[in-house]
Design a protein around this ligand. Sequence first.
Ligand code: FES
Length: 102
Amino acid sequence: MPTIEFCANTIGRMKRVEAPEGGELVDICDHVLAPIPFSCRSASCGTCHVEVLEGADSLEPPKPEEQELLRLLGGEGTYRLACQARVRPGPGLIRLRAVLSP
Ligand code: FES
């Protein structure tokens, strides 16, 4: 079952959750009060921008609307929008770090 670890930051403590069924990352974040900020929840604002430190393969590939905003947000490495990413069921560890605006 995937384990999801959210790194601590200025808005919250580290959270770790089991997500055996996978599902929408935004629902998992809401359920555990993950330290990931959200605003539009529709791939428009970039508030939920996260860096995937580990386990990118345990997420479904981004859809075109997510890819478009990720391109605008830029940055190197593996980034996703937490309001759009979907977690695959199965084993694995996903580590996420919120990209907070200064
Ligand atoms: S909350 Fe606005 S893009 Fe995800």
